[in-house]
Design a binder for this molecule. Structure first.
Ligand SMILES: C[S@@+](CC[C@H](N)C(=O)[O-])C[C@H]1O[C@@H](n2cnc3c(N)ncnc32)[C@H](O)[C@@H]1O
Length: 167
């Protein structure tokens, strides 16, 4: 769906075949992702993001209370699923791309997560103020971040604080 402003709204729906209705985690989930047409690659949901989001959905009972960091979040689908399943989520994207960070915030807002998800600038390979204020992290998510071999080491070095990394 496009509203003529260059923004296209995508809806992702997650459902389970065998619901356990005990109220602890959702059994269906809708996530709204605004994408900007004709913009750069950070405003488009890359193919790994829905796959990672499904993986998280399948493991949703393990997510409540987990401290989750998404790096290179872009349109933030995996992080939003984790947040809606009860994780304490921080979304991050390159500190020198303020429009990307604004877009992460917009995705939170349209999904009713304003104030429940933190959005910060984190640049791979740079130890910025935000890197030191991050606090403990249980899980680091990254979808379609390994596309440029010269950045691999920077990404992994920046992710050393996390206990589990899922790419
Ligand atoms: C290919 S896109 C993937 C976006 C999103 N994770 C997805 O799967 O749809 C790569 C993302 O990494 C971010 N990025 C690129 N270089 C970065 C850097 N040096 N530090 C942090 N983020 C960076 C971009 O802004 C973009 O959001």
């Amino acid at each position: 769906m496009s509203d003529g402003s260059g923004e296209k709204i995508k809806k992702f729906v997650f459902k389970t075949k065998n619901p356990i209705i005990d109220g602890s985690t959702p059994e269906t989930l809708e996530v709204i992702i605004p994408e900007l047409l004709q913009a750069s690659y950070n405003f488009y949901t890359w193919p790994s993001a829905p796959v990672l989001a499904w993986f998280l959905w399948e493991h949703r009972r393990e997510l409540p209370g987990k401290r989750v960091l998404e790096i290179g979040a872009g349109t933030s689908l995996p992080g939003i699923v984790a947040a809606k399943c009860g994780a304490e989520v921080t979304l991050s994207d390159c500190a020198s791309l303020p429009r990307s960070l604004q877009h992460c915030q917009r995705v939170c807002d349209v999904n009713g997560l304003t104030g429940r998800v933190r959005v910060i600038g984190l640049s791979w390979g740079l130890f910025l103020h935000n890197s030191f204020n991050l606090g403990p992290v249980d899980l680091i998510l990254g979808s379609d971040c390994f596309y440029e071999p010269s950045l691999f080491e920077d990404i992994l070095r920046g992710a050393q604080t996390g206990r589990s990394i899922i790419y």
